[in-house]
Design a protein around this ligand. Structure first.
Ligand SMILES: [Zn+2]
Length: 162
């Protein structure tokens, strides 16, 4: 089983690097899809601005507070995912900033390639390995287990002192 996992992981590193070559942007397609969905939702939001960096964003019946310098939103999706939430995107559009500049570096091509920069090296067949000079590990001695429950009384009944 371990051998199958090793071979699978060895192949996977190459496949994931190849996948990264198919990206048309510096961020992962999944992150861009999330950003696109959030942008569509941000179009339905109403904006109240405090003339500084704070925003109240109304989405449906929920009002969220966005703080751009701290990169926080009260819905907490931005901090959780590292991708601006619909409320933050609405605030960015109001400020004429590009939300894509605020996607976390976790989703960048550079980070992705660093993750898959370590290759698993091929290994010889187990039968070709040289024999070990270390002492052989011996399994522990088999002991009879006690049957669960009250131990059997052997001999006569014992008197209990209460
Ligand atoms: Zn939000």
């Amino acid at each position: 089983m371990l051998e199958e996992i090793r071979v699978k992981m060895m192949k996977r590193v190459g496949q994931m690097r190849k996948f990264c070559d198919s990206w048309i942007h510096d961020f992962s397609p999944m992150a861009l899809k999330v950003l696109t969905d959030h942008t569509a939702r941000s179009m339905k939001c109403s904006i109240e601005w405090n003339s500084d960096t704070g925003y109240e964003i109304l989405e449906g019946q929920f009002r969220h507070v966005v703080d751009l310098p701290r990169q926080t939103c009260s819905c907490r999706a931005w901090m959780l995912k590292g991708i601006p939430c619909p409320h933050a995107i609405a605030a960015f559009h109001h400020k004429k900033l590009n939300p894509m500049d605020y996607i976390s570096q976790w989703y960048s091509r550079d980070t992705y390639m660093k993750i898959y920069s370590h290759f698993i090296q091929p290994v010889l067949n187990l039968k070709i390995w040289p024999p070990s000079t270390n002492p052989t590990v011996i399994p522990p001695k088999v002991r009879n287990m006690h049957v669960p429950g009250r131990p059997k009384i052997t001999g006569g009944r014992k008197q209990m002192n209460l």
